[in-house]
Write a protein that binds this ligand. Sequence first.
Ligand SMILES: Cc1ncc(COP(=O)(O)O)c(C=O)c1O
Length: 393
Amino acid sequence: MKNQEELLSYRAKFLEPSPMLSLNDKAKQLKEQGVDIVNLTAGEPDGRTPWSIGKAAKAALDLGLTHYTPPGGVKELRKAIAGKLRRVNHIPAAWEEVVVGVGAKQVLSAVFQLLCEPGDEVLIPTPAWGTFIEQARLADATPVLMPLKQPFVLDAETVHRNLTNRTKILIVNTPSNPTGSVIPSEELKAIAGILRGRPIHILADEVYEQFIYDELSHTSIASLSKETRQQTITVNSFSKTYAMTGWRVGYAHTTPLLAQKLSALNSLTTSGTCSIAQYGALEAITRTPKELERMTKQYEKRRNLVLEQLGKISLLSAVPPKGAFYVFINIKKALNGKETSAQWCARLLEKKGVAVVPGEAFAFPGFMRISFAANRGQLRKGLQRIREFLREE
Ligand SMILES: Cc1ncc(COP(=O)(O)O)c(C=O)c1O
C-alpha cells in the first residue's frame, strides 16, 4: 500500500485527539505507574452518579429494554426533556423539537454537519472549549475566534464587530468552559437583538447550567423571544449535571425541521443513544436526585478554597468564576516571556506531579485551567505544590 499518510482525507490530516482527554490520560498513566499525581484536569464531577439513576438503568436492563431506540431518542425521555426545558429554562419546547444524542459532544458535531458549508464562518468567543473550534473545522467551516478581555464575558459589541455575510453560527457557552463566566441576561438580550432577522444560528451550549454560584441564575438565550428560539439550538447534557459523563447522553432543542434532520443523521451515524443509558437519564430528569443541590454547594465551597489559596500566590491571578467548575488562571508573570504555557504546564506535571490544562487548549495561551471537581485535599495539595514550583524557579 502507498504511504497511508497520503491516503488520509484532508480532515484526518489535521485531526488530533482532544488535548484535554490526552492530558487526563497522561496523568492517569503516571498515576498507574505509582507517581503521586494531583490531577486537576478533569472536566467531570468527581462524585458518583446518584444511586437512583443506576437503579433505573438496571431496571431497564432487567425488563429487556436493550434494543435499538428511535434515533432521536426514547419518546418518554424526549417528553421529559421538553418538560424540563419548559419548567426550568422557560423554553416552550415540544417533544418533537428535542433530540437525544451520545453526549452533548455528538449533538454539537451533528449540528455543525447539518448547518455548515465550506466558507461559512462560526463565531467562537475565546477562551473556548477547543472542541467547538475543531468540530467547526471538521464540518468545513472557518472558525472565527473572538478573543475576550477579562472577565471573559461575551458581549453584543464583540459579536457585532465580527459579523460578516458569511457568519453562519455564533457559539454561546454560558456558564463557560474554561473561564466559568456567566453571560447576564441583559447581555444575552443585546446579543439576540443583533442577530434577530439575520440568517445566523445561535448554538447555545448550556451543559454547566446547574453549576452557578453567588446566587446568580442561568438564562437560556432561547427563552428570550420566539424569533431567537427559532434561531437557537440549545444543547445540554446529563454528563455534568448528574455526574453521568460515562453514560453519554446529551440533547438538543431546536426547530422541528432541524430536529428531524438531527434524528436522520443519528439514524445514519449512531442509530441512537444506548437504551439503558436513556432510561437512567429519564429517571434523572423526572425525579431530580437530592444529591444535586448538595453537589453545587460543594463546588461553590471548593471554588472559594481555590480562590483563597490562589490569593496567596502573587505570580498568578484569576477572575473568580461564577459558574462551571473551572478557574482560568493567568500565568503570564510566571512565564516571564521565557516559555509557553504548554511547556510550563508540562514541567509542572513532570516536576511536581500536578496536572493542569494549558491555555493553548482553549486558544488562549498564557493561562492554565484548573478544575475544582476534585476533593478539597487534592485541591490544597495541588495548589501547595504549584506554590513550591514557583518558589523553586
Ligand atoms: C462546554 C462543553 N460542552 C460539552 C461538553 C461535553 O459534554 P458531553 O459529555 O455531554 O459530551 C463539555 C465537556 O467538557 C464542555 O466543556
